[in-house]
Design a protein around this ligand. Sequence first.
Ligand code: NAD
Ligand code: TDX
Length: 339
Amino acid sequence: MSDRTILVTGGCGFIGSNFVRHLMDNRPDVRVVNLDKLTYAGNPENLAGFEGDPRYRFVRGDVSEPADVARAMEGGVDEIVNFAAESHVDRSILDSRLFVKTNVVGTQVLLEAARRAGVSRFIQIGTDEVYGDLGGPEGLFTEETPLAPNSPYSASKAAADLLVRSYFRTYGLPAIVTRCSNNYGPFQYPEKLIPLLVTNALDDRPLPIYGDGLNVRDWIHVEDHCRALETVLERGRPGETYNIGGSSERTNLEVARAVLARLEKPESLLSFVPDRPGHDRRYAIDPAKVRRELGWEPRLDFATGIDRTARWYIENRRWWERIKSGEYREYYRLQYGPG
Ligand code: NAD
Ligand code: TDX
Protein backbone atom coordinates (compact mmCIF):
# COMPACT_ATOMS: atom_id res chain seq x y z
CA MET A 1 0.00 0.00 0.00
CA SER A 2 1.27 3.48 -0.65
CA ASP A 3 -0.34 6.73 0.35
CA ARG A 4 -3.93 5.82 -0.08
CA THR A 5 -7.18 6.69 1.57
CA ILE A 6 -9.37 3.83 2.68
CA LEU A 7 -13.03 4.36 3.49
CA VAL A 8 -13.94 1.95 6.26
CA THR A 9 -17.66 1.75 7.02
CA GLY A 10 -18.86 0.55 10.41
CA GLY A 11 -15.43 1.34 11.87
CA CYS A 12 -16.85 2.00 15.35
CA GLY A 13 -18.15 -1.56 15.69
CA PHE A 14 -16.35 -4.67 16.85
CA ILE A 15 -14.45 -5.90 13.79
CA GLY A 16 -14.35 -2.49 12.09
CA SER A 17 -12.62 -0.83 15.06
CA ASN A 18 -10.11 -3.66 15.32
CA PHE A 19 -9.41 -3.29 11.60
CA VAL A 20 -9.01 0.51 11.75
CA ARG A 21 -6.60 0.10 14.68
CA HIS A 22 -4.71 -2.56 12.73
CA LEU A 23 -4.30 -0.20 9.75
CA MET A 24 -3.40 2.84 11.87
CA ASP A 25 -0.81 0.86 13.83
CA ASN A 26 0.75 -1.04 10.93
CA ARG A 27 0.28 1.14 7.83
CA PRO A 28 1.74 4.63 8.27
CA ASP A 29 1.13 5.22 4.56
CA VAL A 30 -2.64 4.77 4.84
CA ARG A 31 -5.28 7.34 5.72
CA VAL A 32 -8.60 6.11 7.09
CA VAL A 33 -12.04 7.67 6.75
CA ASN A 34 -14.48 5.96 9.09
CA LEU A 35 -18.17 6.30 8.15
CA ASP A 36 -20.37 5.03 10.96
CA LYS A 37 -23.98 5.70 11.91
CA LEU A 38 -23.29 5.01 15.61
CA THR A 39 -26.14 2.61 16.15
CA TYR A 40 -26.37 0.86 19.51
CA ALA A 41 -23.39 -1.26 18.35
CA GLY A 42 -21.12 1.60 17.29
CA ASN A 43 -18.93 3.17 19.92
CA PRO A 44 -16.51 5.99 19.05
CA GLU A 45 -14.67 5.25 22.30
CA ASN A 46 -13.32 2.13 20.58
CA LEU A 47 -11.07 4.42 18.51
CA ALA A 48 -10.70 7.32 20.93
CA GLY A 49 -6.90 7.23 20.66
CA PHE A 50 -7.00 8.21 16.99
CA GLU A 51 -9.21 11.30 17.26
CA GLY A 52 -7.08 14.26 16.16
CA ASP A 53 -4.67 12.10 14.17
CA PRO A 54 -4.26 13.69 10.70
CA ARG A 55 -4.45 10.19 9.17
CA TYR A 56 -7.89 9.54 10.65
CA ARG A 57 -11.25 11.16 9.91
CA PHE A 58 -14.56 10.17 11.45
CA VAL A 59 -17.82 10.90 9.64
CA ARG A 60 -21.10 10.14 11.33
CA GLY A 61 -23.53 8.94 8.69
CA ASP A 62 -25.62 6.16 7.24
CA VAL A 63 -24.35 3.94 4.42
CA SER A 64 -27.87 3.73 3.02
CA GLU A 65 -28.02 7.53 2.55
CA PRO A 66 -26.20 8.64 -0.63
CA ALA A 67 -25.59 12.16 0.77
CA ASP A 68 -23.81 10.71 3.82
CA VAL A 69 -21.65 8.46 1.64
CA ALA A 70 -20.81 11.42 -0.62
CA ARG A 71 -19.76 13.43 2.44
CA ALA A 72 -17.43 10.64 3.55
CA MET A 73 -15.91 10.43 0.06
CA GLU A 74 -15.21 14.15 -0.24
CA GLY A 75 -11.50 14.61 -0.76
CA GLY A 76 -11.17 11.28 -2.53
CA VAL A 77 -11.19 7.64 -1.56
CA ASP A 78 -9.04 4.93 -3.16
CA GLU A 79 -10.52 1.83 -1.56
CA ILE A 80 -13.62 0.87 0.41
CA VAL A 81 -13.98 -1.81 3.07
CA ASN A 82 -17.62 -2.29 4.03
CA PHE A 83 -18.17 -3.56 7.58
CA ALA A 84 -21.31 -1.50 8.28
CA ALA A 85 -24.19 -3.80 9.10
CA GLU A 86 -26.85 -4.79 11.49
CA SER A 87 -25.05 -7.89 12.70
CA HIS A 88 -27.08 -9.72 15.35
CA VAL A 89 -29.19 -12.71 14.28
CA ASP A 90 -31.55 -12.50 17.28
CA ARG A 91 -32.36 -8.84 16.55
CA SER A 92 -33.11 -9.73 12.91
CA ILE A 93 -35.64 -12.31 14.12
CA LEU A 94 -37.41 -9.62 16.16
CA ASP A 95 -37.44 -7.03 13.34
CA SER A 96 -35.66 -7.37 10.00
CA ARG A 97 -36.49 -3.96 8.50
CA LEU A 98 -33.24 -2.24 9.42
CA PHE A 99 -31.30 -5.29 8.25
CA VAL A 100 -32.61 -4.79 4.72
CA LYS A 101 -32.03 -1.03 4.82
CA THR A 102 -28.47 -1.13 6.13
CA ASN A 103 -27.17 -4.44 4.83
CA VAL A 104 -28.84 -4.49 1.40
CA VAL A 105 -29.66 -0.87 0.47
CA GLY A 106 -26.50 0.34 2.23
CA THR A 107 -24.34 -1.98 0.15
CA GLN A 108 -26.07 -0.86 -3.06
CA VAL A 109 -25.51 2.82 -2.20
CA LEU A 110 -21.82 2.18 -1.46
CA LEU A 111 -21.34 0.14 -4.64
CA GLU A 112 -22.87 2.90 -6.71
CA ALA A 113 -20.66 5.53 -5.08
CA ALA A 114 -17.63 3.27 -5.55
CA ARG A 115 -18.40 2.78 -9.22
CA ARG A 116 -18.81 6.51 -9.85
CA ALA A 117 -15.61 7.33 -7.97
CA GLY A 118 -13.66 4.59 -9.73
CA VAL A 119 -12.21 3.07 -6.56
CA SER A 120 -9.44 0.52 -7.01
CA ARG A 121 -10.84 -2.01 -4.49
CA PHE A 122 -14.18 -2.68 -2.83
CA ILE A 123 -14.06 -5.28 -0.07
CA GLN A 124 -17.41 -6.57 1.15
CA ILE A 125 -17.24 -8.11 4.62
CA GLY A 126 -19.54 -11.08 4.37
CA THR A 127 -20.27 -14.00 6.64
CA ASP A 128 -20.24 -17.79 6.55
CA GLU A 129 -23.89 -17.70 7.63
CA VAL A 130 -24.93 -17.08 4.01
CA TYR A 131 -24.16 -20.74 3.28
CA GLY A 132 -26.82 -21.88 5.73
CA ASP A 133 -26.59 -24.99 7.87
CA LEU A 134 -24.10 -27.85 7.54
CA GLY A 135 -26.34 -29.86 9.88
CA GLY A 136 -24.21 -32.81 11.00
CA PRO A 137 -20.49 -33.14 11.65
CA GLU A 138 -19.46 -33.76 8.02
CA GLY A 139 -18.37 -31.15 5.46
CA LEU A 140 -17.05 -27.60 5.31
CA PHE A 141 -18.20 -24.43 3.55
CA THR A 142 -16.13 -23.74 0.44
CA GLU A 143 -16.50 -20.73 -1.84
CA GLU A 144 -18.57 -22.98 -4.14
CA THR A 145 -21.12 -23.97 -1.48
CA PRO A 146 -24.54 -22.68 -2.63
CA LEU A 147 -26.01 -19.75 -0.71
CA ALA A 148 -28.86 -20.91 1.55
CA PRO A 149 -29.35 -18.33 4.31
CA ASN A 150 -31.80 -19.18 7.11
CA SER A 151 -32.22 -15.99 9.18
CA PRO A 152 -33.30 -12.52 8.04
CA TYR A 153 -29.77 -11.39 8.98
CA SER A 154 -28.01 -13.94 6.80
CA ALA A 155 -30.53 -13.43 3.98
CA SER A 156 -29.72 -9.71 3.98
CA LYS A 157 -25.98 -10.47 3.93
CA ALA A 158 -26.45 -12.91 1.02
CA ALA A 159 -28.39 -10.27 -0.91
CA ALA A 160 -25.52 -7.82 -0.35
CA ASP A 161 -22.96 -10.37 -1.61
CA LEU A 162 -25.00 -10.88 -4.77
CA LEU A 163 -25.16 -7.14 -5.42
CA VAL A 164 -21.37 -7.01 -5.11
CA ARG A 165 -21.07 -9.87 -7.58
CA SER A 166 -23.32 -8.03 -10.05
CA TYR A 167 -21.26 -4.82 -9.83
CA PHE A 168 -18.13 -6.76 -10.68
CA ARG A 169 -19.71 -8.51 -13.64
CA THR A 170 -21.78 -5.62 -15.00
CA TYR A 171 -19.59 -2.61 -14.32
CA GLY A 172 -16.17 -4.17 -13.80
CA LEU A 173 -15.98 -2.77 -10.24
CA PRO A 174 -12.87 -4.40 -8.67
CA ALA A 175 -14.86 -5.92 -5.84
CA ILE A 176 -14.08 -8.86 -3.54
CA VAL A 177 -16.30 -10.66 -1.04
CA THR A 178 -14.84 -12.19 2.13
CA ARG A 179 -16.87 -14.62 4.23
CA CYS A 180 -15.62 -15.14 7.75
CA SER A 181 -16.65 -17.45 10.54
CA ASN A 182 -17.56 -16.36 14.09
CA ASN A 183 -15.17 -13.70 15.45
CA TYR A 184 -14.32 -13.03 19.08
CA GLY A 185 -11.92 -10.68 20.84
CA PRO A 186 -11.75 -7.17 22.35
CA PHE A 187 -14.51 -4.60 21.79
CA GLN A 188 -17.20 -7.16 20.88
CA TYR A 189 -20.66 -6.03 21.94
CA PRO A 190 -21.88 -8.20 24.82
CA GLU A 191 -24.99 -9.41 22.98
CA LYS A 192 -22.81 -11.93 21.08
CA LEU A 193 -22.07 -15.32 22.63
CA ILE A 194 -18.49 -15.03 23.93
CA PRO A 195 -18.60 -11.52 25.45
CA LEU A 196 -22.03 -12.31 26.88
CA LEU A 197 -20.68 -15.44 28.55
CA VAL A 198 -17.57 -13.69 29.85
CA THR A 199 -19.34 -10.61 31.24
CA ASN A 200 -22.20 -12.62 32.80
CA ALA A 201 -19.72 -15.03 34.39
CA LEU A 202 -17.68 -12.13 35.80
CA ASP A 203 -20.87 -10.90 37.49
CA ASP A 204 -21.87 -14.42 38.63
CA ARG A 205 -24.97 -14.24 36.45
CA PRO A 206 -26.46 -17.20 34.50
CA LEU A 207 -24.94 -18.08 31.10
CA PRO A 208 -27.85 -18.51 28.64
CA ILE A 209 -27.35 -21.56 26.40
CA TYR A 210 -29.84 -21.94 23.56
CA GLY A 211 -31.43 -25.37 23.08
CA ASP A 212 -29.14 -28.30 23.89
CA GLY A 213 -25.94 -26.24 23.54
CA LEU A 214 -24.61 -28.56 20.85
CA ASN A 215 -24.74 -26.11 17.94
CA VAL A 216 -21.27 -25.73 16.48
CA ARG A 217 -19.51 -22.52 15.44
CA ASP A 218 -16.02 -22.13 13.94
CA TRP A 219 -14.20 -19.48 15.98
CA ILE A 220 -11.53 -17.03 14.83
CA HIS A 221 -9.82 -14.31 16.84
CA VAL A 222 -10.57 -10.87 15.38
CA GLU A 223 -6.82 -10.12 15.01
CA ASP A 224 -6.43 -13.07 12.65
CA HIS A 225 -9.47 -11.87 10.68
CA CYS A 226 -8.01 -8.36 10.40
CA ARG A 227 -4.68 -9.71 9.14
CA ALA A 228 -6.55 -11.79 6.55
CA LEU A 229 -8.46 -8.70 5.40
CA GLU A 230 -5.26 -6.69 5.02
CA THR A 231 -3.92 -9.48 2.82
CA VAL A 232 -7.10 -9.57 0.74
CA LEU A 233 -6.90 -5.78 0.31
CA GLU A 234 -3.31 -6.07 -0.87
CA ARG A 235 -3.34 -9.19 -2.98
CA GLY A 236 -6.91 -10.45 -3.40
CA ARG A 237 -8.19 -10.90 -6.94
CA PRO A 238 -11.18 -8.78 -8.02
CA GLY A 239 -14.33 -10.80 -8.61
CA GLU A 240 -13.27 -13.49 -6.15
CA THR A 241 -14.73 -14.66 -2.87
CA TYR A 242 -12.46 -15.69 0.03
CA ASN A 243 -13.64 -17.77 2.97
CA ILE A 244 -11.80 -16.93 6.20
CA GLY A 245 -11.91 -19.16 9.27
CA GLY A 246 -9.85 -20.23 12.25
CA SER A 247 -10.49 -23.99 11.85
CA SER A 248 -11.57 -23.99 15.47
CA GLU A 249 -14.93 -25.70 15.78
CA ARG A 250 -16.57 -25.80 19.20
CA THR A 251 -20.06 -26.53 20.48
CA ASN A 252 -21.57 -23.62 22.38
CA LEU A 253 -21.40 -25.71 25.52
CA GLU A 254 -17.65 -26.27 25.02
CA VAL A 255 -17.20 -22.52 24.60
CA ALA A 256 -19.18 -21.80 27.78
CA ARG A 257 -17.18 -24.39 29.76
CA ALA A 258 -13.90 -22.93 28.48
CA VAL A 259 -14.99 -19.47 29.65
CA LEU A 260 -16.05 -20.75 33.07
CA ALA A 261 -12.77 -22.64 33.48
CA ARG A 262 -10.72 -19.55 32.50
CA LEU A 263 -12.60 -17.37 34.97
CA GLU A 264 -12.67 -20.06 37.68
CA LYS A 265 -16.47 -19.94 37.89
CA PRO A 266 -18.78 -22.91 38.59
CA GLU A 267 -20.66 -24.84 35.89
CA SER A 268 -23.83 -24.25 37.91
CA LEU A 269 -23.95 -20.88 36.09
CA LEU A 270 -24.92 -22.70 32.86
CA SER A 271 -28.58 -22.03 32.12
CA PHE A 272 -30.38 -23.80 29.26
CA VAL A 273 -32.96 -21.49 27.65
CA PRO A 274 -35.40 -21.90 24.70
CA ASP A 275 -33.71 -22.31 21.32
CA ARG A 276 -33.30 -19.58 18.70
CA PRO A 277 -35.95 -20.01 15.95
CA GLY A 278 -34.40 -21.46 12.78
CA HIS A 279 -31.11 -21.98 14.67
CA ASP A 280 -28.39 -23.29 12.32
CA ARG A 281 -26.78 -26.40 13.78
CA ARG A 282 -23.26 -26.17 12.45
CA TYR A 283 -21.00 -23.76 10.57
CA ALA A 284 -17.43 -24.61 9.54
CA ILE A 285 -15.19 -22.88 7.02
CA ASP A 286 -12.69 -24.39 4.62
CA PRO A 287 -10.06 -21.60 4.43
CA ALA A 288 -7.86 -23.48 1.91
CA LYS A 289 -8.21 -20.82 -0.80
CA VAL A 290 -7.10 -17.83 1.29
CA ARG A 291 -4.25 -19.91 2.71
CA ARG A 292 -3.11 -21.15 -0.68
CA GLU A 293 -3.57 -18.00 -2.79
CA LEU A 294 -2.73 -15.31 -0.26
CA GLY A 295 -0.49 -17.16 2.18
CA TRP A 296 -2.59 -16.23 5.22
CA GLU A 297 -2.54 -18.42 8.35
CA PRO A 298 -4.31 -17.87 11.68
CA ARG A 299 -1.87 -17.31 14.56
CA LEU A 300 -4.02 -17.52 17.69
CA ASP A 301 -5.40 -20.87 18.80
CA PHE A 302 -8.70 -20.92 20.67
CA ALA A 303 -7.21 -21.40 24.16
CA THR A 304 -4.85 -18.43 23.74
CA GLY A 305 -7.58 -16.33 22.15
CA ILE A 306 -10.05 -17.02 24.99
CA ASP A 307 -7.39 -16.30 27.58
CA ARG A 308 -6.58 -12.92 26.02
CA THR A 309 -10.22 -12.05 25.46
CA ALA A 310 -11.17 -12.88 29.04
CA ARG A 311 -8.29 -10.71 30.25
CA TRP A 312 -9.45 -7.82 28.07
CA TYR A 313 -12.99 -7.93 29.49
CA ILE A 314 -11.59 -8.16 33.03
CA GLU A 315 -9.38 -5.11 32.43
CA ASN A 316 -12.08 -3.13 30.61
CA ARG A 317 -15.05 -3.59 32.91
CA ARG A 318 -16.08 0.06 32.55
CA TRP A 319 -16.46 -0.37 28.76
CA TRP A 320 -18.99 -3.19 29.00
CA GLU A 321 -20.71 -2.08 32.19
CA ARG A 322 -21.72 1.14 30.48
CA ILE A 323 -23.11 -0.82 27.54
CA LYS A 324 -24.99 -3.19 29.76
CA SER A 325 -26.40 -0.32 31.80
CA GLY A 326 -27.70 1.40 28.64
CA GLU A 327 -25.63 4.50 29.29
CA TYR A 328 -24.25 4.60 25.75
CA ARG A 329 -27.36 6.02 24.12
CA GLU A 330 -27.18 9.08 26.34
CA TYR A 331 -23.45 9.34 25.65
CA TYR A 332 -24.02 9.43 21.87
CA ARG A 333 -26.78 12.00 22.20
CA LEU A 334 -24.57 14.33 24.20
CA GLN A 335 -21.51 13.75 22.04
CA TYR A 336 -23.01 13.72 18.54
CA GLY A 337 -26.53 15.13 18.81
CA PRO A 338 -29.81 13.30 18.12
CA GLY A 339 -30.16 10.92 15.17
P1 NAD B 1 -21.07 -4.67 14.96
O1 NAD B 1 -22.55 -4.79 15.12
O2 NAD B 1 -20.18 -4.77 16.16
O3 NAD B 1 -20.71 -3.27 14.26
C1 NAD B 1 -21.45 -2.76 13.20
C2 NAD B 1 -21.03 -1.31 13.00
O4 NAD B 1 -21.73 -0.79 11.85
C3 NAD B 1 -21.40 -0.39 14.18
O5 NAD B 1 -20.33 0.49 14.45
C4 NAD B 1 -22.61 0.38 13.67
O6 NAD B 1 -22.77 1.65 14.26
C5 NAD B 1 -22.32 0.45 12.18
N1 NAD B 1 -23.53 0.63 11.38
C6 NAD B 1 -24.69 -0.06 11.47
N2 NAD B 1 -25.57 0.40 10.58
C7 NAD B 1 -24.95 1.39 9.88
C8 NAD B 1 -25.35 2.23 8.81
N3 NAD B 1 -26.57 2.17 8.29
N4 NAD B 1 -24.45 3.12 8.33
C9 NAD B 1 -23.20 3.22 8.87
N5 NAD B 1 -22.78 2.46 9.89
C10 NAD B 1 -23.65 1.55 10.39
O7 NAD B 1 -20.68 -5.76 13.88
P2 NAD B 1 -19.36 -6.66 13.73
O8 NAD B 1 -19.55 -7.90 14.51
O9 NAD B 1 -18.16 -5.82 13.92
O10 NAD B 1 -19.48 -7.08 12.20
C11 NAD B 1 -18.92 -6.26 11.18
C12 NAD B 1 -19.19 -6.89 9.83
O11 NAD B 1 -18.62 -8.20 9.80
C13 NAD B 1 -20.66 -7.08 9.49
O12 NAD B 1 -20.84 -6.82 8.12
C14 NAD B 1 -20.94 -8.54 9.81
O13 NAD B 1 -21.98 -9.03 9.00
C15 NAD B 1 -19.60 -9.16 9.43
N6 NAD B 1 -19.25 -10.40 10.12
C16 NAD B 1 -19.26 -10.47 11.49
C17 NAD B 1 -18.86 -11.64 12.12
C18 NAD B 1 -18.83 -11.75 13.62
O14 NAD B 1 -18.59 -12.84 14.13
N7 NAD B 1 -19.04 -10.68 14.37
C19 NAD B 1 -18.47 -12.74 11.36
C20 NAD B 1 -18.48 -12.64 9.96
C21 NAD B 1 -18.86 -11.46 9.36
O1 TDX C 1 -27.15 -16.00 24.58
C1 TDX C 1 -26.80 -16.74 23.65
N1 TDX C 1 -26.80 -18.11 23.83
C2 TDX C 1 -26.46 -18.98 22.84
O2 TDX C 1 -26.50 -20.21 23.05
C3 TDX C 1 -26.37 -16.22 22.37
C4 TDX C 1 -26.33 -14.73 22.12
C5 TDX C 1 -26.01 -17.12 21.40
N2 TDX C 1 -26.08 -18.45 21.61
C6 TDX C 1 -25.67 -19.37 20.53
C7 TDX C 1 -26.31 -19.12 19.18
C8 TDX C 1 -25.22 -19.57 18.23
O3 TDX C 1 -25.29 -20.97 18.04
O4 TDX C 1 -24.28 -19.18 20.36
C9 TDX C 1 -23.92 -19.24 18.97
C10 TDX C 1 -23.30 -17.93 18.55
O5 TDX C 1 -24.31 -16.94 18.61
P1 TDX C 1 -24.01 -15.41 18.19
O6 TDX C 1 -22.90 -14.90 19.02
O7 TDX C 1 -25.33 -14.68 18.20
O8 TDX C 1 -23.43 -15.60 16.73
P2 TDX C 1 -24.05 -16.24 15.38
O9 TDX C 1 -25.52 -16.29 15.42
O10 TDX C 1 -23.30 -17.52 15.13
O11 TDX C 1 -23.59 -15.10 14.34
C11 TDX C 1 -22.28 -14.51 14.45
O12 TDX C 1 -21.37 -15.06 13.54
C12 TDX C 1 -21.53 -14.73 12.20
C13 TDX C 1 -22.31 -13.00 14.30
O13 TDX C 1 -23.23 -12.42 15.23
C14 TDX C 1 -22.67 -12.60 12.90
O14 TDX C 1 -22.62 -11.18 12.74
C15 TDX C 1 -21.68 -13.24 11.96
O15 TDX C 1 -22.06 -13.01 10.65
